[in-house]
Design a protein around this ligand. Structure first.
Ligand code: SF4
Length: 287
């Protein structure tokens, strides 16, 4: 049986960078606070906690006066920086540079266009940390849409400046853009600006993933259930290979999956560590 780990799997650039920053700090002091989970993967979180990482929530901030706190790749709204300043908390900002750039673009668009009646629209998951950080740049004045039903929130007679959360699905973003265009056209309004704000590390991934998933008899998808990107990419795999299994650790492997199987592929979300996929590959090879 041949077991292959997807060469395109593993942490995305932003998560890898944030974990690298955390590890550098932990090597210096042996203790580091991180605001919310640094990565949506319980196994990797456990590994980092063993080296001194302490995950806190926004509610814990008032009790951490004078401490140093890491901000993860998703980014934060300006209020977090203001609270930290008041509490004399030192922030180590590990926001992914791609997210920072998007925050700046949204802010600029709002400053330049809201006075002309433009609506800043973000296609993303309501309540997701990145979206909270994005809307926070303009005081919560963005309209967040997650699906076609949310289009009722827009005024199609007014200009629309459309952005997307970095990890949304490329095809879904395109579909929602088509709908907005059509509804604006009915009102003879063509003042729509569509901003390409999808992260290439995720948007481009589904194409290579389909190829990888369809070229193996069995596909093991490794991800934490908390990872929304994991759920999306797993469905991409399932669309081309029905022998696809979602697991988060080696103990979930079922030997029956590999009866008379010659090729097994292992892949994961952008929050799945390489070491975990390697452990799973070894466990399958032992079977
Ligand atoms: S998915 Fe893209 S934008 Fe999001 S953290 Fe990773 S590299 Fe950055």
């Amino acid at each position: 049986m041949y077991v292959t780990i997807d060469p395109d799997a593993g942490f995305c650039f932003g998560v890898e960078r944030a974990i690298g920053i955390a590890q550098t700090e932990l090597a210096k002091s042996g203790k580091l606070y991180c605001l919310e989970d640094i990565v949506h993967n319980a196994s990797e979180l456990e590994r980092l906690k063993e080296t001194g990482l302490i995950v806190i929530t926004h509610d814990d901030l008032p009790g951490l006066t004078g401490e140093r706190i890491l901000l993860r790749a998703h980014g934060e709204p300006p209020e977090t920086f203001e609270i930290a300043e008041k509490l004399k908390i030192g922030l180590i900002d590990a926001t992914c540079p791609i997210v920072t750039k998007l925050q700046e673009r949204i802010k600029k668009s709002y400053q330049e266009e809201s006075g002309k009646g433009a609506q800043i629209v973000i296609f993303g998951k309501k309540g997701h940390a990145e979206v909270t950080g994005l809307t926070g740049q303009i005081g919560g004045k963005a309209i967040v849409i997650s699906n076609i039903a949310d289009l009722d929130l827009l005024d199609f007679s007014k200009p629309v400046r459309l952005f997307s959360q970095t990890t949304m699905d490329h095809d879904a973003y395109e579909a929602i853009t088509v709908q907005i265009k059509a509804k604006m056209k009915l009102l003879k309004n063509d003042n729509l600006q569509v901003n390409n704000s999808l992260c290439r590390q995720v948007a481009g991934r589904s194409y290579s993933l389909k190829e990888f998933a369809s070229s193996h008899q069995v596909l093991i998808f490794v991800s934490d259930k908390k990872s929304s990107n994991g759920a999306f990419l797993f469905n991409v795999c399932r669309s081309v290979n029905k022998n696809c299994y979602f697991i988060h650790e080696p103990s979930e492997i079922n030997p029956n999956w590999f009866t008379e199987v010659e090729t097994v592929g292992i892949t994961g979300a952008t929050s799945t560590p390489q070491w975990l996929m390697e452990e799973i590959a070894e466990a399958i090879e032992d079977i």
